[in-house]
Design a protein around this ligand. Structure first.
Ligand code: F0G
Length: 479
């Protein structure tokens, strides 16, 4: 069809194909060539504000759920859905804060390192930004069942949105189906999907297996898939960038630093800036740093070691295919303490390559030791995050050491998920010593906990308690 006549349509990201599809079609790949899809707007036919600060008018009408939502108050920039089909649970009420300990840790001046805390979302991660968009499109297309594969946060978010429809008439309700790998999902996340009533399939396998199977099952049964191969989900995640601009009084920071897993965020962020620049709502685009965990570093290897570039859409597909073939031949499995990003086959790889071109980006990897140290430092700032989120600050530290990011530049790190998602790892890091620490975390190469805040173990005895309190370093069962 010629969807281009519409005000919003889907378009293949491969410029040699560029096939278009209608906005109500449910697709996770181009029907002509199989590449990923974008949501594209004919901006001439959208009522986009003349300047970004015009969005502030909506602050005064926060009782309107579409103005309260930190996603939909920017609806003019993701206007693919009628208002009455939007499903919001109050997502996107998140904060950008300049952080003291994080700045000191990475070696940048105070007031230049900002943490964008997406753990504040209703289900505790940035996924809610995308899920509200995915569910709204699902409603628009008449979907009844919604599915995802997940390392835990997508499933928690999906389950929360589906639960919000439970009180609705039967024919409008959305049923949640979740595929997770076995053993690797953080308990906080699994508990959410179970608690919110999602049908939860624990597959004997890893995330990449769950991803493959959920695609097959959704296709076979006509179920709406909300993984980030869904282009509408990424539209919601663009708004994380709008909120960073908003918090900086609509100024553009110099860098956005984000952990890379399935590479949905990085893809969405670049699209956000690329569109704002084209609309002349911002004067320039920040640079992007995508941080892999060393145990799940497909992007790092493909980008830095094999040198694959987006190259205007003509990226070296053969090298990528060979990389995956070799990974399969070697039975290489992702392995990192940051279980949220324990992903070897990032579904948005092509879009992320494009994002790196659009934002003059860099890719790097960090060890699990660096991730847990950075996580403890972020915690000292009073912002709790799960391990994957801390890859951003760990990556920033490396980039400052390499002088890729220099003093005076303003950096926003995305803190993608809440601390309570993976409390076990946090408590292990802070409370274990020596052999016990290595027993618990050594399998990730974590051998020390320099930034630990050890609990003080004391006998139930006032004299003992006073002795410990007067000696700040003291306290142990053996003391
Ligand atoms: N941080 C957290 C806390 C995540 O849960 C994820 C992805 C990422 C970072 C990576 O983001 O995929 O956009 O590069 N979690 C997915 C899930 C895979 O199933 O919850 P990405």
């Amino acid at each position: 069809m010629n969807a281009m006549a519409e005000a919003v349509f889907q378009r293949c990201i491969n410029p040699d194909c560029a096939a278009t599809h209608g906005v109500t079609e449910v697709l996770t790949a181009c029907r002509a060539c199989g590449e990923l899809l974008d949501v594209v707007y004919d901006w001439e036919r959208q009522a986009v504000p003349k300047k970004l600060s015009d969005f502030e008018r909506k602050y005064a009408t926060r009782r309107n759920p579409l103005h309260f939502s930190g996603v939909w108050r920017f609806k003019e920039l993701l206007n693919f859905v009628p208002d009455d089909k939007v499903l919001t649970i109050g997502e996107g009420q998140t904060l950008l804060r300049p952080e003291h300990e994080a700045a000191r840790y990475v070696g940048l001046p105070q007031g230049t390192v900002f943490l964008q805390y997406e753990g504040l979302n209703p289900s505790g991660s940035f996924k809610d930004n995308g899920m509200t968009a995915g569910f709204s499109h699902a409603r628009m297309t008449g979907a009844r069942r919604v599915a995802c594969a997940s390392t835990g946060n997508t499933s928690a978010s999906l389950a929360a949105f589906a639960a919000a429809t439970r009180g609705w008439p039967h024919e409008r309700r959305l049923e949640a189906l979740v595929f997770v790998g076995s053993g690797r999902i953080a308990l906080g996340k699994l508990s959410q999907s179970l608690d919110y009533g999602a049908r939860t399939l624990q597959l004997a396998g890893y995330f990449d297996d769950a991803m493959k199977r959920v695609r097959e099952a959704s296709q076979a049964l006509g179920i709406y898939l909300v993984n980030s191969v869904n282009p509408f989900r990424l539209e919601g995640q663009k708004t994380i960038m709008y909120r960073i601009l908003e918090a900086l009084n609509w100024d553009v920071p110099d860098w956005i630093v984000v952990p890379g897993g399935n590479l949905g965020n990085s893809s969405a962020f670049a699209k956000a800036f690329q569109e704002l620049k084209a609309l002349e709502l911002i004067p320039r685009v920040p640079r992007l740093a995508v941080v892999n965990a060393a145990g799940a570093n497909t992007l790092h290897r493909i980008y830095n070691e094999l040198g694959v570039r987006w190259n205007g859409g003509r990226y070296d597909r053969q090298t990528v295919a060979q990389f995956y073939a070799q990974m399969d031949a070697e039975k290489r499995e992702a392995h990192t303490v940051a279980s949220a990003i324990e992903i070897n086959r990032p579904v948005n790889l092509p879009k992320c390559l494009r994002a790196l071109e659009w934002m003059n980006g860099v890719v790097l990897e960090t060890t699990d030791q660096e991730i847990l140290d950075a996580k403890a430092v972020i915690g000292r700032d009073g912002i709790g995050c799960e391990p994957a989120s801390a890859a951003s600050v760990a990556g920033l530290k490396r980039l400052v050491e390499r002088q890729v990011i220099t003093k005076g530049e303003r950096v926003a790190c995305i803190i993608t998920g809440h601390q309570l998602k993976a409390a076990h790892t946090t408590v292990s890091y802070h409370s274990l010593h020596g052999e016990d620490l290595i027993h618990e975390l050594g399998k990730y190469g974590v051998r020390e906990n320099k930034y630990a805040n050890h609990p003080l173990l004391v006998k139930n005895d006032l004299h003992e308690i006073l002795r410990v309190l007067e000696n700040p370093g003291g306290g142990s069962w053996d003391a």
